[in-house]
Design a protein around this ligand. Structure first.
Ligand code: AMP
Ligand code: ZN
Length: 508
């Protein structure tokens, strides 16, 4: 199976057969977040896409080393600290924890190694010094700059012309640059700025050198796959290539470069600067992480993907259907480890998730119609295995139905409400029975009456919850403290249920 994995390589602009340098240890580096604020759903797209690839590689090869860094030194972080009065390490620690929690909610496995940039200052200084020694960099006014004219094929990844490279670097135009496309490896820090001693004075690393140094430390000079979002091709990845290749006498940094397309909102990239974003945690109030994940996998990773609340509630409904088919089939699944060949064929073809999802629909439909227990067992096993390959369908009934109300005071209150409704119906007081159903529904709790009794599931109205959101930037103090809306939201539901139960409790 392994020899049939094909991935699109940004370097060649073609789909290529994947051949690892060392099949006994496949090595992958993905650029991680700059930790100054909560992740929005666009930031989660590369995490989920490369998690999918990681899961696939782990099935294909005995060992995979997946490195994803944390950028915890950056001008945006320093600006946040200044404007909020919160210490830098409080911001970065709190934001890192929030990022971990959010990505875990999306079923993204943690990478094998997660280097934090500030713990690698010495290797960054060493790499910068090597570039100076080899004549690929120069010192100017306390800065160390990479000399792009020293690298004949600079720009090969992004395929930018010399004029485009200059235009792209324009933001960094400075009088001390020899060439306007030169970029910073090290820059000086003012006394009140984050900084470290170096041969060029007290300063801090440029963003690009961080990844080159951390990747070398953990994956060696050349590794297999380097990934990130489309916007990282230039300048970030172009510059990582320039630094590493020049320091290593022409040895390539990575064999395959993979880039995910953008998550879009009304035709524009979801981004902090446009303010058109939903943070992962605010969406988690209204929808299970698994629904967010399925929504992110709905398009093939290289394509742009439109985000709407409708798409998210559709993803939740799809999962309800798939889980429903699994829960209804009361047989032990046959092999639930090995996905069907059709599922693997889709994933092996450059992670064709739309095709994989289509196949899961077929499996779920076939499972619902299956005539014999043997057929049910086979299909149930295949659906669970397909789910595992995509990072979906691994929850039990209770967890899936109750979502974030599971294990809270709401559970007992809902059980009491259901009892009260039962008593009201017995007393032929249908107005009270309807009132209870409607009050629960208003909190997103749906009742379902069946022969065995009444069950419930938590399905809040996403449009009602989040549709009216006027987008404001999330505040650092709450990101730093790991604060989230879930607690407050749950408490609101508990309070409403308490009111309902105390109003009707006395009557029945
Ligand atoms: P940033 O915090 O902007 O550096 O982004 C962190 C990661 O998220 C990078 O890999 C970006 O390419 C990726 N990213 C940011 N916005 C989006 C988006 N709207 N869609 C997909 N990926 C994104
Ligand atoms: Zn990077």
């Amino acid at each position: 199976m392994a020899d049939t994995l094909h991935i699109h390589n940004t370097l060649s602009r073609t789909k290529e057969k994947f051949k690892p340098l060392d099949p006994s240890n496949v090595r992958m580096y993905v650029c991680g977040p700059t930790v100054y604020d909560f992740a929005h759903l666009g930031n989660a797209r590369p995490v989920v896409v490369f998690d999918l690839l990681y899961r696939l590689l782990k099935r294909l090869y005995p060992r995979v080393t997946y490195v994803r860094n944390i950028t915890d030194v950056d001008d945006k972080i320093m600006a946040r600290a200044k404007e909020s009065g919160v210490a830098i390490d409080v911001i970065t620690t709190g934001t890192t924890k929030a990022f971990h929690d959010d990505m875990a909610a999306l079923n993204a496995l943690p990478p094998d190694i997660e280097p934090r940039a500030t713990a690698y200052i010495a290797p960054m200084i060493a790499l910068t010094q090597e570039l100076l020694d080899k004549g690929h960099a120069y010192v100017a006014e306390g800065h160390v700059l990479f000399d792009v004219t020293s690298m004949p094929n600079y720009g090969a990844l992004s395929r930018r012309t010399r004029d485009e490279l200059i235009a792209g670097a324009r933001v960094e135009v400075a009088p001390y640059k020899k060439d306007s496309a030169d970029f910073v490896l090290w820059k000086p820090s003012a006394a009140d700025e984050q900084g470290w001693e170096s041969p060029w004075g007290r300063g801090r690393p440029g963003w690009h050198i961080e990844c080159s140094a951390m990747a070398r430390q953990h994956l060696g000079v050349t590794f297999d796959i380097h990934g990130g979002g489309l916007d990282l091709i230039f300048p970030h990845h172009e510059n990582e290539i320039a630094q590493s290749t020049c320091a290593h006498d022409g040895a390539p940094l990575a064999q395959y470069w993979m880039h995910n397309g953008f998550l879009m909102v009304n035709g524009e990239k979801m981004s902090k600067s446009l303010g058109n974003f939903f943070t992962v945690r605010e969406l988690l109030v209204g929808a299970p992480g698994e629904a967010l994940r399925l929504a992110l996998l709905a398009s093939q990773y290289r394509q742009p993907l439109d985000f709407t609340l409708k798409a998210l509630s559709d993803a939740r409904a799809v999962l309800d259907k798939w889980y429903g088919a699994l829960f209804a089939a009361e047989v032990e699944p046959a092999d639930s480890e090995t996905p069907s060949p059709a599922l693997d064929a889709a994933l092996l073809d450059d992670l064709n998730t739309p095709m994989a999802i289509e196949h899961m629909h077929e499996l779920a439909n076939a499972l619902s119609r299956a005539a014999t227990p043997a057929e049910q067992a086979t299909l149930k096993g295949q659906l669970i295995a397909a789910g595992a390959a995509l990072g979906l369908l691994q929850q039990d009934r209770d967890a899936w139905m109750k979502g974030l109300l599971r294990g809270t005071a709401a559970e007992g209150l809902i059980a009491t409400s259901i009892e009260l409704r039962h008593k009201a119906r017995k007393a032929k007081n249908f107005a009270d029975a309807d009132l209870i159903r409607n009050d629960l529904k208003a909190q997103g709790i749906e009742l379902e009456d069946a022969a065995q009794g009444t069950t419930w599931r938590f399905r809040p109205d996403l449009e009602k919850l989040l549709g009216g959101k006027t987008v404001t930037s999330t505040s650092t103090s709450s990101a730093a403290s790991g604060g989230d809306g879930v607690q407050v939201y749950r408490q609101g539901i508990v309070t409403a249920l308490e009111t309902l139960v105390s109003q009707l409790g006395a009557k029945y």
